[in-house]
Ligand binder design. Sequence first.
Ligand code: UTP
Length: 306
Amino acid sequence: MEITKAIIPAAGMGTRFLPYTKAIPKEMLALLNKPAIQYIVEEGLNSNIKNFLMITGRHKQAIADHFDIAPELSQFLKEKNKLDLIQSIEKIIKAAEFTYIRQSEPLGLGHAVWMARHSIGKEYFGIMLPDDIISNKAPALGQLIQIAHQEKASVIAIQEVPNECVSSYGVISIKKQISGSLFQVGNLVEKPQQKDAPSNLAIIGRYVLSHKIFPALDEVSRYAVGELQLTDGISQMIKNNEKVFAYKVQGTRYDVGTPVGWVKAIIGLALQDPNYAPHIRDFISELHSTDVRLMSKSRNIFHHVA
Ligand code: UTP
């Protein structure tokens, strides 16, 4: 099985990032000097993905423009001998093929994936959610692809989360533990209450799925209320006797779908980059010492008042 296609669902409203996302796609949020979605495509290319199926909607034109050539800009930079400034993106444009599919209404992640059904043959394919930036030498999607080859089955990425956080995620129940990091999935539950959660193994934004997901999504869409959930489609696949595995991917994950996660991502990525790290480290220690001074000042005030 060769896995060369990946769906990138990017048609959501990004309500957790309003008002920023009113006119600008959250996938174009800057992480240092690159938009978040460029990190996703780079991870895909490093995982041998050649064809990216972007699910977009209104206000998302900037994404297509980013992954297209800009002849005037190239000419301008060439004259100034500064072509290296756009080298990373030009490399991507040469290596990858992009297909844009419009999801005219954000009817859920399951629906976004289903929109790409005609572009996927009878093959396995990747799904990469641009909210989740996973930083690691071995790319996260590539880790899943390796397991998919090994097990000849679908694989989803998971991460252990604190029990009090399970209600923000889809969570798996374990049918069988294969190794320390690999599980066969019994079922998936979307955003369970802590008391109902079958585990604290949360689904994060990378998947390798069989094309059998599409008929499964058709089945669940018949009785779906509200958004069509991808987790419901995967649960249906399991009911249809497809094996699904879950793998604890290695890497540091940043949820850039919220302002706090985005700030953490910028700091984390900057600290890994020798061009930024010394400046950011100095800045953090300055902040820290100001914080300590302020804290001891407020303690003095407190003692004084007491
Ligand atoms: P999220 O629910 O995290 O993103 O979906 P959102 O809906 O854009 O953000 P909030 O919750 O309102 O803040 C995960 C991914 O799936 C895409 C989103 O763009 C995001 O990348 N998505 C979601 C779609 O493409 N279509 C949808 O109908 C829903």
